[in-house]
Design a protein around this ligand. Structure first.
Ligand SMILES: *Cc1c(COP(=O)(O)O)cnc(C)c1O
Length: 224
């Protein structure tokens, strides 16, 4: 369904990041050859292996929780880290960015889902941290927006209200702490809920399984 999803996103000016975790190299190449250049992985180890095996013009994003001791592996090339969710991690990304003489774009991951398992800053904790201001020293980390995940539920109203909450947080951070135009990315929405997320103001969606499904008119032709 890559083409349909891409079309849906481009018509609405939304960036599509294809989540390639758990896919084979051939499956990823199949999407690559249709023009996709931005892919995301949730584990550093897998990201490194895929980067090695795939064309060099791919832009890699990290979407999964990141341990400080692994930042050094991705710092030389990562295009966007969606999962900045801890002050120590922030500091480490800054350190590794400086070592590599680059600025690393990151999103603040904020928790809006009900589940305990979902990671991200608690909103109050984040505001506290931002007010304290230590992060302003981390000049090689460019905070370019917010990332979040809705609860895993069939309740579409709940999903919508969580995305709306995230959009409010995004706007508030933009107003209070990150005033320039480089704070412009709201990464929310996956296979099951990307249309709702876009309705609620997502500027970037991270879609995995749905992209790799074979849609109508794709794949094997029916016999006449
Ligand atoms: C796996 C994953 C996705 C994509 O999920 P699909 O349901 O396969 O589209 C998006 N974001 C994060 C953080 C993920 O871990």
């Amino acid at each position: 369904m890559y083409k349909e999803i891409l079309h849906y996103c481009s018509e609405r000016n939304v960036d599509l990041i294809v989540v390639s975790k758990m896919r084979t190299i051939d499956e990823i190449l199949h999407i690559y050859h249709q023009g996709q250049r931005r892919f995301a992985e949730n584990r550093v180890q897998n990201l490194m292996e895929r980067k090695e095996a795939l064309p060099k013009d791919i832009e890699w994003h990290l979407i999964g929780s990141l341990q400080s001791n692994k930042v050094k592996y991705i710092a030389p090339f990562i295009s966007l880290i969606h999962s900045l969710d801890d002050p120590d991690l922030w500091k480490e990304i800054d350190k590794q960015a400086k070592k590599n003489n680059r600025i690393i774009p990151c999103l603040l991951q904020i928790k809006v889902a009900q589940e305990e398992t979902k990671s991200g800053f608690e909103w109050n904790e984040l505001v506290h941290l931002l007010k304290a201001g230590e992060w302003k020293k981390y000049s090689s980390v460019a905070i370019s927006g917010v990332m979040g995940m809705a609860s895993l539920t069939d309740d579409l109203l709940q999903i919508r209200s969580e995305f709306m909450q995230l959009k409010k947080y995004f706007d508030e951070l933009h107003r209070e702490f990150f005033k320039d135009n480089s704070f412009n990315t709201l990464s929310m929405g996956m296979s099951g809920d990307y249309k709702i997320a876009i309705d609620c103001g997502a500027t970037m969606v991270r879609v995995g399984s749905a992209v790799f499904e074979v849609g109508q008119g794709e794949g094997i032709k029916k016999p006449i």
